[in-house]
Design a protein around this ligand. Structure first.
Ligand code: HEM
Length: 162
């Protein structure tokens, strides 16, 4: 293929989000749209940060989550600094797991949550808060499914209580 044709095809591919163009460019669609990471489909770091902010805002005061681990061996003092750090770690983790360029610099899920006695019901309540945030930001069903699967994959490392 000539370099000019390759360039023109790349431009058309970049625009293939338009249904009109994508319908006349099935090769591009397979090459470009199918390769778009979950990270890009979610809207990158700004979108992930907005979801994490809203989500932590719901989960922190939710008694069914018991975020501050009252009555457990590891009560958590939710100072503004600690909550800000937790949000930053969540953004890194979700960005990294969804295909973004970020590195996750936090601790392992097993180590962080060890001793918190988190139950399956608390984990489900947390996932429910995340779903509510995704609904609020009108994240489409497919992206919700993929993101909730990423979060769900941490369950075995996080749940330790009955
Ligand atoms: C009911 C379920 C959960 C509860 C009650 C909970 C609670 C907490 C608390 C209190 C901390 C702060 C610990 C500290 O700074 O010493 C923390 C840290 C963290 N949690 Fe969770 N968590 C839950 C589920 C999850 C899930 C599902 C994820 C990810 C998918 C997650 C990711 C993280 C991350 C990334 C950190 C920060 C790690 C770091 O500072 O190095 N947590 N969690």
């Amino acid at each position: 293929m000539s370099p000019l044709r390759t360039l023109l095809l790349s431009v058309a591919c970049a625009l293939a989000v338009s249904p009109l163009l994508s319908s006349c460019c099935s090769t591009c669609k397979t090459d470009t749209v199918a390769k778009q990471s979950l990270y890009d489909r979610l809207g990158g770091e700004p979108a992930i940060t907005a979801v994490v902010d809203d989500f932590v805002g719901r989960a922190a005061p939710n008694p069914q989550v018991n975020f501050t681990r009252q009555g457990s061996a590891m009560p958590f003092e939710a100072s503004a600094e600690k909550v800000a750090h937790l949000k930053q770690m969540l953004v890194e983790m979700i960005a990294n797991a969804s295909g973004g360029p970020q590195k996750y610099t936090g601790r392992s899920m097993k180590n962080v949550h060890a001793g918190m006695g988190i139950t399956n019901a608390e984990f489900d309540a947390l996932a429910g808060d995340l779903k509510a945030s995704l609904d609020k930001f009108k994240v489409p069903a497919q992206e919700q499914k993929e993101l909730l699967a990423i979060v769900g994959s941490t369950r075995a490392d996080i749940v330790s209580g009955r």
